[in-house]
Design a binder for this molecule. Structure first.
Ligand SMILES: [Zn+2]
Length: 306
């Protein structure tokens, strides 16, 4: 850890950050959701596509804007998605009075961030707040905590032999759409910083395997558009096949929403003969209709409300 007064630890399936001797709930690792039930390979508890994802290993890409009558299905070539915790993307809708700007301004240090989220009701898990920070800051403490949390989650799901024969890569950004650090005014890619932090903890190498051919101009409307965009935007670097043949790849991103990009990139990596691909993300974003249910489960099992 960068800060010697911070550590991340696992208690049951709950991750905690210990800061200056006090434990703060970070998140529930989703594999702890609904004990006794199988978690979908997409890491979405109670996934409505469970059979398709886990057994047929197909992702359904349906677009209301397309003329396709049949749902469009694409292969799932990753082993599974491994996530450190739950990312409540719509927090602001539920958290009266809290402005995004206020949160971003508290991303300077862990103390400010903890202070902010403890003052707000309803409370939210610390992981969500740190993931918001990772979009505007390249500060090392952020990636320290996220990388540590993700390495704990990976070690729960992937055996050490598989991990030891793995390399780490990440969602690339184009040089024209890098994130800007609002404190240091430098450009960065949050997925790359997370990959570096994770790899260091696992004793693995980070290798640039994927490139993004042009900047993303606007947010895609839906899954189909995201997937179609990925087809046009990402390709493997020419040297990638030689580097990955016969090895496992851990593909890192900060948040998983539809999974279109990682699904497509996993296929590229497997086509180039990577042995196994794991998608590793700091936060699994939950759908609106599931928000309250997940929130309650996490509150009860990990005392998110302190
Ligand atoms: Zn699923």
């Amino acid at each position: 850890m960068v800060l010697d007064n911070v550590s991340v630890r696992l208690k049951g399936y709950c991750l905690q950050v210990e800061y200056e001797g006090t434990p703060y709930p970070l998140s529930l690792i989703p594999s702890g959701f609904f004990p006794g039930e199988q978690l979908c390979v997409c890491s979405y508890p109670k996934c409505k596509y469970f059979k398709m994802h886990s057994e047929e290993r197909r992702e359904v890409i349906i677009s209301p804007h397309s003329a396709r009558i049949e749902p469009w299905r694409v292969p799932i070539d990753y082993e599974r998605v491994v996530v450190a915790g739950i990312f409540y993307q719509k927090w602001y809708r539920y958290s009266r009075g809290l402005k995004t700007e206020q949160l971003y301004n508290s991303c300077t240090d862990l103390n400010s961030l903890i202070g902010l989220i403890r003052r707000h009701r309803p409370p939210i898990n610390l992981l969500t707040a740190i993931i918001y920070c990772n979009k505007v800051s390249s500060n090392e403490w952020i990636y320290d905590i996220l990388g540590e949390a993700l390495s704990i989650a990976l070690s729960l799901v992937v055996d050490s032999d598989t991990l030891s024969r793995s390399m780490v890569t990440y969602t690339p950004r184009h040089k024209e759409d890098m994130k800007e650090d609002r404190f240091k005014r430098i450009q960065f890619n949050q997925a790359e910083l997370l990959a570096i932090s994770l790899a260091r903890r696992l004793g693995l190498k980070v290798v640039d395997l994927v490139e993004k051919m042009e900047p993303s101009r606007r947010s895609p409307k839906d899954r189909a558009e995201r997937y179609l965009r990925a087809l046009n935007l990402y390709k493997l670097r020419p040297e990638a096949p030689n580097l990955i043949r016969g090895l496992n790849v851990i593909f890192v991103d900060d948040v998983r929403t539809t999974g279109a990009t990682s699904t497509y990139i996993s296929t590229l990596l497997r086509d180039a003969e990577a042995q196994r691909v794991y998608v590793a993300v700091a936060g699994r974003s939950v759908l609106d209709e599931d928000y309250n249910r997940f929130y309650e489960i996490e509150r009860e099992s990990c005392s998110v409300v302190s």
